[in-house]
Write a protein that binds this ligand. Structure first.
Ligand code: ASP
Ligand code: MG
Length: 445
């Protein structure tokens, strides 16, 4: 077996025994899928995060643990032979209780990750047993044996070289012979302590494992049948996109489309591994293929919306015909690890947006910036990103877009840096309408 497929199943796809059964059927239909990467069952990670916070009193911890137990018990009860696993799951739940008691005394980042990781450890155990009872042989694999990371708990960065070597040695031989079920989201530092890759990180895990094993494809099974032209909760005419390029999909993930964790495509791009996004509830509905390049390259493909943006405008008269001002400003932002999304400049000012920057933009940062310039901070803005192809090259693109928005106050525009996007900021309360209007004008069915 040389080229295998990696399939990732998200939290809602493994929410209960029925949902897990649908994932099992997907795997059974495609024998070349040799690695299944799972999230924790829906709701579980949130409960574990609350337990790990150390902020809850014993009563409230008991209630969180009870909710956690009910989710696992519901799946166990649907198994034909729950006794195969009952003991094991009970042990994990007991372990979680002990760890959360410790967290209540002294919460640490390492303890947090150890607790939060238990969700994926349980969902994968249950899923392997469910597969076995359907007659599908599968083995459980502890991903921490291969997913080596640094020790930045709750946001760990994978060590790609170590991962590739370990996956080749420990994982590939297993995948050659059978279906392997493993955990998304979690990893281990060099000293063996459990780490996690950040919320929603299972997509990223699947892509990393796909890269390490040079997979033929990575499938992301979730609760929506693919990537949509825009959020269907916002625009009912939104529809699934059959195929999209890596560049376009990366822009979408970065600019707020919730379907994929933004880092997911990096490993796929490095190895040119096609990524499929589909719904485990309706696999027959198809989904979206994300590839290096696609035969269709429409001018307008999709619209993404990211709310809660902070716009920072820095003005300095001394910037006039001077140099070094921007370097100074970005130096300060870099020192405080604040990442900037959009930028526009004029002779004496620069405007930039920060995603969820409110909490990063502390008094201290503002004071430091104020030493060099006048500072204006605006909230309540939303970033609309129009995604497509050759947008900076085709005549009339800007006019088509802005004609559709003739009644809207556009606070800032970024156009031309990438042929794949045109971004602008509008007031939060008109953002939904703006996306609906643009969708109707630019992405008609
Ligand atoms: N279970 C983790 C979370 O809820 C990882 C994931 O679902 O991708 O964030
Ligand atoms: Mg999830």
């Amino acid at each position: 077996m040389s080229q295998l497929t990696v399939a990732k199943f998200g939290g809602t796809s493994v929410a209960d025994a029925d949902a897990m059964g649908r994932c099992a059927a997907i795997l059974e239909q495609n024998p070349s899928t040799r690695l299944a990467v799972l999230s924790a069952s829906s709701g579980v990670t949130n409960l574990l995060v609350a337990l790990a916070s150390g902020e809850h009193q014993p009563d409230s911890r008991a209630s969180l643990l009870q909710q956690l137990t009910e989710i696992q018990q519901g799946i166990l009860d649907s198994l034909e032979r729950p006794e195969m696993l009952t003991r094991h799951i009970e042990e994990i739940l007991h372990h979680i209780k002990e760890l959360s008691d410790s967290a209540a005394i002294s919460p640490t980042k390492a303890l947090h990750d150890e607790i939060v990781a238990q969700g994926e450890l349980m969902s994968t155990r249950l899923f392997v047993e469910l597969l076995r009872q359907r007659g599908t042989q599968a083995i459980w694999f502890d991903v921490r044996r291969v997913m080596r990371t640094d020790d930045r708990f709750s946001r760990a960065t994978p060590d790609l070289t170590a991962l590739a070597a370990a996956a080749e040695e420990e994982l590939r031989p297993l995948c050659d012979h059978q279906l392997v079920v493993t955990q998304g989201f979690i990893g281990a530092a060099n000293d063996g302590r459990t780490t996690t890759l950040g919320r929603g990180g299972s997509d990223f895990s699947a892509a990393l494992l796909g890269e390490a094993l040079a997979a033929a494809a990575v499938e992301i099974w979730t609760d929506v049948p693919g990537i949509y032209t825009t959020d269907p909760r916002l625009v009912s005419e939104a529809r699934a996109i059959p195929e999209i390029s890596f560049s376009e999909a990366s822009e979408m993930a970065t600019f707020g489309a919730k379907v994929l964790h933004p880092a997911t495509l990096q490993p796929a791009v490095r190895r040119q591994i096609p990524v499929f996004v589909g719904s485990s509830k309706a696999p027959e509905a198809g989904g979206t293929w994300i590839r290096n390049s696609t035969p269709s390259q429409p001018l307008f493909r999709a619209l993404a919306l990211r709310r809660n943006q902070v716009l920072l405008t820095l003005t300095s008269q001394s910037m006039f015909q001077a140099h070094g001002f921007l370097a100074e400003v970005f130096g300060i932002l870099a020192k405080h690890k604040i990442s900037v999304d959009l930028i526009t400049t004029s002779e004496i000012s620069v405007s930039l947006t920060l995603d969820a920057g409110a909490e990063l933009l502390t008094e201290e940062v503002q004071a430091e910036l104020s030493k060099h310039c006048h500072l204006k901070v605006e909230h309540g803005l939303a970033l609309v990103a129009l995604i497509g192809n050759r947008m900076s090259e085709v005549n009339g693109t800007g006019s088509r877009v802005f004609q559709a928005l003739s009644d809207v106050n556009i606070r800032m525009i970024c156009y031309g840096a990438s042929p794949h996007n045109l971004c602008f900021l509008v007031e939060e309360d008109v953002a939904g309408q703006v996306v609906a209007d643009l969708h109707r004008e630019l992405l008609p069915a």
